[in-house]
Write a protein that binds this ligand. Structure first.
Ligand SMILES: Nc1nc2c(ncn2[C@@H]2O[C@H](COP(=O)(O)OP(=O)(O)OP(=O)(O)O)[C@@H](O)[C@H]2O)c(=O)[nH]1
Ligand SMILES: [Mg+2]
Length: 636
């Protein structure tokens, strides 16, 4: 005990939780900004107005009916009724899909760890146990179709007129198809405990408090059976389990349960940005079975058995478990397909996919039958297959939001080859083709540069047949050799897909040569970042001064982690903390910067009041002289 008494002669006042100023979390290192490790008192709140997919796919209303060309001579085609365009999925599932369930915020049972031992009259200023996360789910919206337009009834407003206006009034099933926003949190470590072995005939049993268990990890795994991010419509919070607290007899707590977030192949994971800005890309998961450790669980706190030393054989001190990091993530799905079928609405894209693969997309004689991309697999041989994506139709003006806008074009980013399907029965097929090319260029020059094939469709119709020679001539003049086909009859489709395959093969060979060998990706990049942050030294800190309130902020990852893991229930923790402040140079720096009696010093969650020694400012002297005169803080 004497050893302890001579060690802690710091002039500083006692620590108390910083309830007034929310402490800053770990410092903002420009490289390792995230994930921000949460401190319970930081008050770091996530915007409650950040619902699932709020900034997800945006749509504008469909253009007026006149914008679609309908050949009056074509008796077979029905009149375009936009109200018919209700996606079947919406119609079937709307009641359930319109409800959003957040996960319940069950608090873990908190296991008190001092085993009934009352060590002195030290007042406990312990932080909150489990914070309640304040995330709120999406506001319920009532969505539907009225007069052929997507309408959001939820806020009482229909869709606004105007081409540039991005609207939320889109069936939720569409909004959540390829983008989602989720919350992940690794488990907190369990607390260590203070316990002593008390047994008959064992007079000095010694400390026997076990360490807390490690918190559960958060993994992200690619599930090959998923092809959309729709499951995140219902559940957006993923929390790993907390480590169990240690127990007497040196029993360590159990590890918290891991949580695995399953995503579709092709998912890009970003740190959630603020104010509509996209955050940094953290991971790109392309292949089924890929698994990344995203957030490692918090370390378990040490029990008093771990603090036993030659000079302190009866340690009455234990640590809290380390808090698990948490973050909001934006998921974006970019389908992984070899070939993307693009073209104007009603050109026959889905029909082509249905003929060349076993996929069964909805086919109908009106524009925007396809509202979500469809994937199909074309088998050539036993070992050569082609994944083909059929995308929703593109209209001239898509970049201004006409039709379904550009929204789905991002799915072509990963396609190596494009197939342009042109409706031969259109009034001016070449004009239609040019319009789609232009839209592609406006969306992304990289996509426009991808190799492509032009497939002139509906050759079985006389009007298409008649226009074919002119169309062919015009394209040939530009150096393009178009194909003609009748998708509905399955004529010419084989040639088209074989040509696409050939292009793909050539492109793959060329890219292999160009790229050569690339480094394997480090899938645990985020976890490594967290671990780096955790291993920050307590000697690295910065001090800032607010002269208005006479407050000093000491900011450093290592120190803040130390504060968070200190269990203020025990007097020895207090002394250890004072010792650390002294040893890592905080006191010295504060004195150098001119800290005065009564100033407030904030380290992590703790707010303290500075007390000078009466006659000495040298930390070493102070230490000696003030052995018996630690001043207790003036609690405010
Ligand atoms: N006569 C004829 N009709 C075709 C041919 N290919 C497609 N169609 C018809 O054209 C209409 C539209 O076909 P879809 O495959 O749904 O067209 P799409 O390009 O997927 O249309 P969206 O999904 O709305 O963009 C349907 O009625 C098809 O039966 C063809 O080769 N000949
Ligand atoms: Mg279609």
């Amino acid at each position: 005990m004497s050893a302890v008494a001579t060690c802690f002669l710091s002039p500083q006042a006692l620590a108390r939780p910083n309830s007034r100023n929310p402490c800053k979390p770990y410092p903002k290192n420009p490289r390792n900004r995230n994930p921000k490790l949460k401190t319970r008192r930081t008050g770091r709140q996530f915007s409650p107005t950040s619902p699932v997919g709020e900034e997800a796919t945006t749509y504008t209303r469909l253009p007026p009916k006149e914008d679609f060309f309908i050949d009056p001579s074509d008796r077979s085609s029905t009149v375009v009724k936009l109200s018919d365009a209700t996606p079947p999925l919406l119609a079937e599932q709307s009641p359930s899909l319109l409800e959003i369930d957040g996960d319940s915020d069950d608090e873990e049972e908190v296991f008190e760890s001092n085993l009934g031992l009352n060590y002195g009259e030290f007042e406990v200023f312990e932080g909150n146990n489990d914070s309640q996360d304040k995330e709120e789910d999406d506001d319920d919206e009532i969505l539907g179709f009225e007069d052929g337009r997507f309408v959001n009834f939820g806020d009482g407003e229909g869709l606004l007129e105007g081409e540039e206006v991005k609207e939320k009034g889109v069936p939720a099933v569409m909004r959540c198809f390829d983008r989602a926003k989720i919350y992940v949190k690794a488990g907190d470590g369990g607390n260590g405990v203070v316990a002593f072995r008390r047994e008959k005939y064992v007079p000095f049993g010694g400390p026997s408090g076990g360490d807390g268990g490690r918190g559960g990890n958060v993994y992200v795994e690619v599930d090959g059976s998923m092809n959309s991010l729709l499951p995140f419509r219902n559940s957006i919070h993923f929390r790993a389990g907390r480590g169990r607290h240690g127990q007497g007899r040196k029993q360590a707590g159990a590890k918290g349960e891991d949580v695995v977030v399953k995503v579709a192949p092709g998912t890009v994971i970003r740190e959630s940005g603020e104010g509509g800005v996209h955050g940094e890309v953290l991971l790109e998961l392309l292949h089924p079975g890929q698994r990344a450790l995203l957030l490692p669980g918090g370390r378990g706190g040490r029990g008093n058995a771990s603090f036993k030393s030659g000079t302190n054989k009866v340690p009455r001190i234990s640590e809290n478990g380390e808090e698990g990091p948490e973050m909001w993530l934006e998921l974006e799905l970019k389908l992984v397909a070899d070939v993307g079928i693009v073209g104007a609405p009603n050109a026959g894209k889905s029909t082509l996919l249905s003929v060349i693969s076993a996929a069964q997309p909805t086919i109908a004689n009106y524009p925007f039958t396809t509202l979500l991309p469809n994937l199909g697999v074309v088998s050539f041989d036993y070992d050569s297959t082609l994944v083909v994506a059929d995308l929703p139709g593109l209209l001239e003006g898509a970049h201004r939001g006409f039709g379904l806008g550009h929204e789905f074009l991002r799915h072509t980013e990963r396609c190596s080859v494009l197939v342009h399907v042109v409706d031969g029965s259109a009034q001016q097929p070449e004009y239609e083709f040019d319009a789609v090319r232009l839209e592609l260029e406006m969306f992304s020059p990289e996509i426009a540069e991808k190799p492509y094939i032009v497939a002139y469709n509906k050759m079985d119709l006389p009007e298409a047949y008649e226009k074919w020679p002119m169309f062919k001539e015009k394209l040939q003049a530009h150096g393009i050799e178009p194909f003609c086909m009748s998708a509905v009859k399955g004529e010419g489709t084989h040639e088209v897909i074989c040509a696409a395959y050939e292009l793909l093969r050539k492109r793959n060979e060329a890219s292999k040569e160009a790229e050569g060998w690339t480094d394997p990706l480090n899938l645990n990049y985020v976890a490594d970042m967290v671990n780096n942050q955790r291993s920050a030294s307590i000697n690295e800190f910065q001090i800032s001064h607010d002269s208005g309130t006479n407050t000093w902020h000491v900011v450093g990852s290592g120190l803040q982690r130390f504060v968070q893991m200190t269990n203020w229930r025990y007097l020895e923790s207090e002394k250890r903390f004072q010792h650390v402040l002294d040893a890592c140079g905080v006191n010295k720096s504060l004195i150098k910067l001119g800290v005065k009696e009564g100033d407030t010093v904030i380290v992590g969650e703790m707010e303290m009041v500075w007390h000078d020694s009466s006659d000495n400012t040298s930390p070493s002297n102070v230490r000696k002289k003030l052995t018996d005169s630690i001043k207790w803080p003036q609690w405010k």
